[in-house]
Design a protein around this ligand. Structure first.
Ligand SMILES: Cc1ncc(COP(=O)(O)O)c(C=O)c1O
Length: 635
């Protein structure tokens, strides 16, 4: 219910409400001035300062903000956590991380991972030829791992063999039996011995959104029969020593640590038996799955995880050590392909609110003389509106409103009468909502009432372009204002984007440690901008985004925070222009300019506009083609 605040409010209450300290992994916080800050290097920089810096550089909202220090910090945390676990448990081999390029293929991200990750020899996982080319041209350290997953043709394999020649540890992970003969053939042709891995189809089935990569029906990986055939073929070719890596991937965003442990135990069984078969295995690649706690609830539901990074690393090292020690098998190098957790935290989508719609009664009129009896019945509801009869009042209000709507359709009631009815209806529903706290058991209808009365805040962004997983798979991200957090947010709202598509909305939010159907927000202030941030969006969102309504890529800004609290704009990419997005769908901007010129020239010939006006309209058309696809405020 939208109410005026009557309690003193401070940034700590906002922090609690939006849960920022629970989901931010210590990368974001609130300042006493009520602003969201990005925190690294013992300093905290208000995002609003960065936004102001963007405007000075003519970068408008919406913008995807990347904070490079966070990317670096995540790589460091992962590698150091494994190092610590290995040391503490006296595990006899090392950890080597790889970043799966598909999780965010943007060059700036991949280059930063290669650059910072080189101190840990952090490598790449690639699933296609373009990703392979991206990895080969970016990775800095020979000796880094390049793990090739996905179906590989001759060209893909040749690229990998050349990479081995250059000193990279480039593994072909066999996903299907058909790949091996090509690998054997190409390695003979090029005279390079291949490094082979095999991906097993795991029985361990994990929960969460992304679980189809595990279990019997998983489309990836080799069955035990196929593994045996593969071993036999390698043996026949005297190449069993090339089989050095075992790969398994249970899925992404695995919320439950126990499932990860079970998966590792199963992987160890395959590992041990393949060693017995004579394979020279010395790497075990456990794929992705390290989850991000989007909700901050630290439990095993699909938007969260019930473990910390340290626990993840400790449990993997512990399970590998104890399981393999039982089989008396040397410890392998541990590889993981963490994508989501590496990049999610470093990107924030920032946008401004353009407008709001509220569902509040306005100008409730007094009873008119000759008022229609149905409106009178609606007014009578006020007489019996109390906690015991809220459901009845709700039903009656709906009934009378529907009757009035029917009469309006048949021309038996006029527009003003219908407007009075709608206003009374809204007023009654708001009063019912205010009573709900006193009602012991309420129906689904009543429970949904609050969200059905919430405001709509229109944000300058496209869900389909920037947050596709919200639409496609009901993924949730933490969303909150980035300023005014010293004021109580007195409105309840859902968010709509500017795509004019009914699916372009967000109506599920993390609020007060629960999933809510509306988000507490501040009322807009005339003449002032209001900015929201969608956090933890660095993984999977950028390349999955589509051109729905032809809203293109947003502006992207990469900043690096300094220890003195200042920050540098290290990179920026202006988002797509209108000409860009039109050319993606096969329009020819030059030809469009020509056609518009001809239309304008004809208007001159036919006396509808002057030659000078023709030039003005052509200039405006051309300028628009070079403009941003999102809503731009006049500067
Ligand atoms: C083979 C493979 N490795 C790694 C990943 C990345 O997983 P995550 O983002 O959970 O780290 C995926 C994604 O599903 C994958 O398919």
């Amino acid at each position: 219910m939208n109410q005026q605040p009557d309690t003193p409010w401070g940034y700590k209450l906002s922090a609690e409400l939006y849960g920022i300290d629970r989901w931010s992994n210590d990368y974001f916080g609130l300042s006493p001035e009520g602003k969201v800050t990005a925190k690294t290097l013992n300093t905290a920089v208000p995002l609003l300062d960065i936004v102001e810096g963007m405007f000075e550089r003519d970068l408008q909202m919406p913008v995807l903000l990347r904070i490079e220090n966070i990317l670096d910090a995540q790589i460091q945390r992962l590698n150091e956590a494994f190092r610590k676990a290995i040391k503490e448990q006296n595990y006899q081999a090392a950890y080597r991380g790889v970043y799966p390029i598909k999780v965010n293929q943007q060059a700036q991200v991949v280059e930063e991972i290669a650059h910072f990750g080189s101190r840990y020899q952090h490598g790449f996982e690639v699933g296609s030829k373009p990703e392979m080319i991206a990895a080969l041209s970016t990775v800095e350290e020979p000796g880094s791992l390049i793990i090739c997953n996905g179906y590989k043709d001759e060209e893909f394999i040749d690229l990998g063999l050349q990479a081995i020649r250059l000193g990279f540890l480039c593994f072909f992970v066999i996903e299907t039996p058909a790949e091996l003969p090509i690998i054997i053939e190409r390695s003979k042709a090029l005279g390079v011995e291949p490094m082979i891995g095999l991906r097993v189809k795991m029985n361990t089935k994990v929960s969460g959104h992304w679980n189809s990569t595990s279990g019997d029906r998983s489309v990836f990986g080799l069955t035990t029969t196929q593994i045996v055939e593969l071993v036999d073929l390698l043996n026949q070719e005297n190449m069993l020593h090339c089989l050095q890596l075992l790969h398994c991937h249970l899925g992404s965003q695995i919320p439950n640590i126990q499932e990860i442990r079970k998966g590792v135990v199963e992987a160890c069984r395959y590992y041990a038996d393949l060693i017995r078969e004579g394979a020279a295995l010395n790497y075990i690649d456990l794929g992705g799955g390290l989850a991000v706690d989007y909700s901050g609830s630290q439990n095993n539901d699909e938007q969260s995880r019930n473990y910390s990074l340290d626990e993840y690393c400790d449990d993997i090292v512990d399970t590998l050590k104890h399981t393999l020690d039982e089989y008396d098998i040397a410890h392998p190098t541990i590889v993981t392909e963490s994508g989501r957790s590496t990049v999610a935290y470093s990107s924030v989508l920032l946008f401004n609110i353009l407008d709001t719609t509220t569902f509040e009664p306005t100008n409730l009129p007094n009873t008119m003389e000759d008022e229609h009896p149905l409106i009178g019945r609606m007014r009578e509801i006020y007489d019996y509106l109390n906690p015991e009869r809220v459901q009845e009042c709700y039903n009656d209000a709906h009934y009378y409103r529907q009757e009035v709507r029917e009469l309006f359709k048949r021309g038996q009631m006029n527009l003003r009468q219908q407007s009075v009815t709608e206003n009374l209806f809204l007023d009654i529903l708001h009063r019912i909502t205010a009573l709900l706290d006193k009602v012991e058991h309420s129906s689904i209808d009543l429970n949904d009432l609050k969200s059905s009365l919430s405001d709509i805040y229109y944000g300058n962004f496209s869900l389909f372009q920037s947050l596709p997983d919200i639409w496609a798979i009901d993924q949730m991200f933490p969303i909150m204002p980035i300023h005014r957090l010293n004021e109580e947010p007195s409105r309840q709202a859902v968010l709509a984007d500017i795509t004019c598509d009914c699916d372009g909305k967000i109506d599920k939010f993390f609020v007060n440690q629960e999933v809510a159907q509306s988000l507490p927000l501040h009322p807009l202030i005339e003449g002032e901008e209001y900015y929201l941030g969608v956090f933890l969006v660095g993984a999977y969102q950028e390349t999955l985004g589509d051109l729905h309504n032809l809203f293109g890529d947003t502006n992207v800004v990469s900043v690096r925070l300094n220890s003195d609290g200042s920050f540098d704009f290290v990179k920026e990419i202006h988002g797509d222009t209108i000409a860009d997005v039109l050319s993606y769908v096969e329009y020819e901007p030059k030809e469009m300019q020509l056609r518009y010129r001809n239309t304008a020239e004809r208007a001159v010939r036919e006396g509808r506009i002057t030659a000078r006006e023709r030039q003005q309209t052509i200039n405006a058309f051309n300028a628009s083609l070079q403009g941003y696809t999102y809503y731009e405020k006049e500067s």
